[in-house]
Design a protein around this ligand. Structure first.
Ligand code: CP
Ligand code: NVA
Length: 306
């Protein structure tokens, strides 16, 4: 496979790259024999400008279980906090470690790192993207529904970083995607343009509305995320626009198919974007999503290391 050197967004991957990543992640998950020679004693650095529970832990544990090491660096640990340039940080890390996962506000920081380093770089969440989450969520959907071709996926809530890469990945694999969000929080022009190009090539579809009750009809998968993302301003204003209309409740889920799954990347606020009964209900696959992050991160590290 022509594997990527860096991972900024899922839009850079082909449908077959996504399927291949899921195949490798499932091999790890099912305890199949995978040679770990190329990971042994290698070091992953995690540069995180924002908090994380799942992504940090699953990357660190993935590396450890594969025989490698990891070093976690919050921004305040680095000389970046005293003004050192990202390009000098990138050159420095290239001398010591083998692969980097970065959680930032701006993709430009990740791009600057990529442009000035000789090692693979993974976007572990930015304001506009969360490709690792999208890939492990696709794994969860494939485990549950076998294929995304003609599956109806409905996203209810904010058009955020998690949605962007999830949308690209789902459209690449042939899903019919529906988004219900307040018009002011619709995906921006740039995202729609990318989505249109993907749909043309992959016979998938996208509809956007402001009515969650209608959007969700006959869905196979219902997804949401927090209303307020890390770094968002005007938290209270945003909540007022979204609530209660865009909360995933039993009433909304009753419009989806009986075997529809509910997904949320976590962290969640029960009673805001989703009711407790839905997120902790029998159709919720949130813990499977959490678990799959470990296997997908193994697959990414393993594939990107030479
Ligand atoms: N889903 C996710 O990325 O969670 P964390 O912010 O805890 O890493
Ligand atoms: N949209 C959320 C995802 C957290 C994993 C955020 O950026 O805060």
């Amino acid at each position: 496979m022509n594997m990527m050197k860096n991972l900024m967004t899922v839009s850079e991957l082909d449908a077959k790259d996504i399927s291949e990543m899921v195949r490798i992640a499932r091999k790890f998950k099912n305890g199949k024999d995978v040679s770990l020679k190329k990971v042994k004693n290698k070091t992953l650095a995690l540069i995180f400008q924002k908090p994380s529970t799942r992504t940090r832990l699953s990357f660190e544990i993935a590396m450890k279980q594969m025989g490698g090491n990891s070093i976690f660096l919050s921004e305040s640990d680095l000389q970046i906090s005293r003004g050192e340039l990202m390009k000098d940080t990138a050159r420095t890390l290239s001398e010591y470690v083998d692969i980097v996962a970065m959680r930032t506000y701006h993709n430009s920081d990740i791009q600057e790192f990529i442009d000035n380093s000789s090692i693979p770089v993974i976007n572990a969440l930015s304001n506009t993207n969360h490709p690792c989450q999208a890939l492990s969520d696709i794994q969860t959907i494939i485990e549950e529904k076998k294929s995304l071709r003609n599956l109806k996926i409905t996203w209810i809530g904010d058009s955020n970083n998690v949605l962007n890469d999830f949308l690209f990945a789902a459209l690449k694999l042939g899903a019919d995607f529906s988004i219900a969000c307040p018009s002011k929080y619709s995906p921006n022009k740039g995202i729609i343009e990318v989505a249109k190009k993907i749909m043309k090539k992959n016979e998938s579809s996208l509809s956007i509305s402001t009515d969650p009750m209608k959007a969700v009809i006959d869905s196979d998968v219902v997804v949401t995320d927090k209303i307020v993302s890390m770094g968002d301003k005007n938290k209270e204003v945003k909540k007022k626009v979204f609530l209660p209309k865009y909360r995933v409740t039993d009433k909304i889920m009753s419009k989806a198919k009986d075997d529809a799954i509910f997904m949320h990347c976590l962290p969640a606020v029960r009673g805001e974007e989703v009711s407790e009964s839905v997120i902790d209900g029998e159709n919720s696959v949130i813990w499977q999503q959490v678990n799959n992050k470990l296997h997908m991160h193994k697959a990414l590290i393993w594939s990107m290391l030479k």
